[in-house]
Structures are given as structure tokens and as C-alpha cells.
Ligand binder design. Structure first.
Ligand code: ADP
Ligand code: MG
Length: 324
């Protein structure tokens, strides 16, 4: 794609969107030149989206552009980092202008909301694969990591996990819903809202954090494992959207989606009880909502308790087949 590659980059990706003053040189040279502010650590994350694997074939191009950036922003959010720069590696079967126009529109709309500047990338011909690397800043030593949970800490989750999994089933035609619920659930799948503001404000409050991309049980499991602890979840406290409640009348089904379905991009984090008041104040402010779902215990593993106080016996194997 030599000449058309140049035109394509020029038309869709050069000199677009926000201009940050920590970018000495952006798109157009062999490298971008970037300045990390004094006292900050650089937080870096890359994600790849493959058509038909990470999003259904035929997904609206603007939604793909949004999601390519949103998943990286979600990783930064989980570290408590402030987004800054992105680089984009695009493999495309053809220079489809309609698709590129939509993709860039979705990408730059989200980028401008979070003051992210696209500073470089690579464009090649091949199967449709999108890799986006995000760079952000976090004050030295303050990043939210997976390994900081301690016995007694409370476990929180933002938003209503499980929605994106239902959205995927709608997208694949495996399930139907009324117009309003279908619109909401598809939106949760195609246009996840990264919890960047929540992550930033959790610095100094949370002891550990992760973003929920592979299902709440699996991702909380990473915190437990890395922290060398276990956890107890109260199934009655799992936040559930009205749409999920309408589509799934059976409580076990709802738990299965809330714990096992991926692609939610919510934050799961732990908070020492001494900082509970600060966490509750933050949760009350967050538009996405946020609530306690359990606490950390010494015994390894994740135990799920039913509303009547009994242990759910088949946990967590009942959720495995659904997980990432
Ligand atoms: P080189 O061959 O030196 O790697 P390229 O021709 O691949 O240069 O890219 C030219 C410029 O365009 C570089 O600054 C590169 O970072 C940028 N670029 C290429 N593809 C993209 C893209 N999809 N998005 C943003 N910038 C891109
Ligand atoms: Mg190149």
C-alpha cells in the first residue's frame, strides 16, 4: 500500500484530534518524540482486535474505532493512569474509505474526550487486525496494581457486569430482546465506556485493581492470585442492569453472566476498611455506579455465597465455560 498508504494515513490519521504540548513530534517522521512529565511513570498497554474474534464481523466501523481505543483506556484506568498518547497498527484487506471514515470518527471522538493524541502507527495490507498501544502517566509509586489486596479488604465493582455478554448474544442472533434493551446491551458491547475517572480517583484509596475484560470471576481471580489471598462474593450484591434482569428471569443465569461474561470493561478493586468512607464517597459520585460485592479472605480461591447465606457448590466451575 505504498502511495495509497501515504494518502490513507494523511487523510485519516495525520494531524487529527487533540494536540498535546508533551508531544514534540507526532505522526509523519520515523518516530514520535514524547515528553514524560517530571515525577511521572509511563503506563503502557497494547491490545489487538481481530474481526470475528474480538468483535462480530460487520460491526459498525465507528464502534470498532471506539472499542480499539476504549479497551486500552480501560487498562490505563485499572492502573489509575492518566491517558496521553496512542499508536495504531492497522492491517486492512483494502483501503475501504467508508470503513476508514467511520473507524477514524469513532476513534477520534473518544480520543478527544480523554485528551489522547495519536502520535504514530503502521498501516499494512492483510486481514483486518487492529493493534492500539496506549501510553499514560501515573505519579511515581501510586499506580493501582493487582498484587496489593489484603485480608479484610472490601471488593468493589463498577457498573453492571454481564451486559456486554448479553449484547454479544444479541449481536450473534442467539437471543432477542425488545428494542430498548437490545439498544442498551449492544451499546455496552460495542461502545464500552472506560472507567478512567474512577481509576484516577481510586489512587490512594484502592489496594488493588483490575479491569474486567474476561469476566468478573476470572479477573478478580487474578487479583486474588497475585495478592496471595482468597475472596468471598455475595451473589445478592452483584449489580445487575434492568435489561439483564428482564432478559434473564433466573437468578443463576444472571450470576453466570455477571461473573462469567467478558468485554464489560468495568473496574474491580479492593479497598482497606480504613478507607471505606472515601470509597463510598467516590462511588456515590460515579455515574456508572459502584458497589461492594464481597471481601478478601486468607484462604485461596473465590467462594460465591447465595442470598440465603449458603455457599454455591458448583462455583466457580459453573462459570468456566463462559469465561475468557
Ligand atoms: P516508516 O516506514 O518509517 O515506518 P510509515 O510509512 O510506516 O513510516 O509511516 C509514516 C508515518 O505515519 C509515521 O510517522 C507513522 O508513525 C505514521 N503512521 C503510519 N500508519 C499510521 C496509523 N495507522 N495511524 C497513525 N499514524 C500512522
Ligand atoms: Mg512503518
Amino acid at each position: 500500500m505504498s502511495l495509497s498508504e501515504f494518502n490513507l494515513i494523511e487523510r485519516y490519521f495525520s494531524a487529527r484530534g487533540v494536540r498535546r504540548d508533551d508531544v514534540a513530534l507526532g505522526v509523519g517522521d520515523d518516530c514520535a518524540l514524547l515528553r514524560v512529565p517530571e515525577g511521572m511513570e509511563l503506563a503502557v498497554s497494547i491490545d489487538t482486535l481481530v474481526e470475528g474474534v474480538h468483535y462480530p464481523a460487520g460491526t459498525d466501523a465507528a464502534a470498532v474505532g471506539h472499542k480499539a481505543l476504549a479497551v486500552g483506556l480501560s487498562d490505563l484506568a485499572a492502573m489509575g493512569a492518566e491517558p496521553a498518547w496512542a499508536t495504531l497498527a492497522l492491517s486492512l484487506p483494502a483501503a475501504d474509505e467508508v470503513w476508514l471514515h467511520g473507524f477514524a470518527a469513532g476513534l477520534f471522538a473518544l480520543a478527544s474526550r480523554y485528551q489522547v493524541q495519536l502520535v504514530g502507527g503502521d498501516t499494512v495490507r492483510g486481514p483486518q487486525v487492529i493493534s492500539l498501544q496506549l501510553h499514560g502517566f501515573v505519579p511515581q509509586g501510586t499506580a493501582l496494581r493487582r498484587d496489593g489486596a489484603k485480608v479484610g479488604d472490601l471488593i468493589y465493582v463498577t457498573g453492571t457486569p454481564g451486559d456486554a455478554g448479553l449484547g454479544l448474544e444479541l449481536a450473534l442472533g442467539k437471543r432477542t430482546a425488545g428494542d430498548a434493551d437490545a439498544h442498551y446491551l449492544r451499546g455496552r458491547l460495542d461502545r464500552p465506556e472506560p472507567r478512567v475517572a474512577a481509576g484516577r480517583q481510586l489512587r490512594g484509596i484502592a489496594s488493588a485493581a483490575i479491569d474486567v475484560s474476561d469476566g468478573l470471576a476470572a479477573d478478580l481471580g487474578h487479583i486474588l492470585q497475585r495478592s496471595g489471598v482468597g475472596g468471598r462474593l455475595e451473589l445478592a450484591q452483584l449489580p445487575q442492569s434492568p435489561a439483564l434482569q428482564r432478559l434473564l428471569p433466573d437468578a443463576h443465569e444472571r450470576w453466570r453472566y455477571a461473573l462469567g461474561a467478558g468485554d464489560d470493561y468495568e473496574l474491580c478493586f479492593t479497598v482497606p476498611r480504613t478507607r471505606r468512607a472515601a470509597a463510598e464517597r467516590l462511588c456515590a459520585k460515579l455515574e456508572c455506579g459502584c458497589q461492594v460485592i464481597g471481601h478478601i479472605e486468607a484462604e485461596p480461591g473465590l467462594r460465591l455465597y447465595q442470598p440465603d447465606g449458603t455457599l454455591l457448590e458448583d462455583s466457580p466451575h459453573g462459570f468456566d465455560h463462559f469465561g475468557g
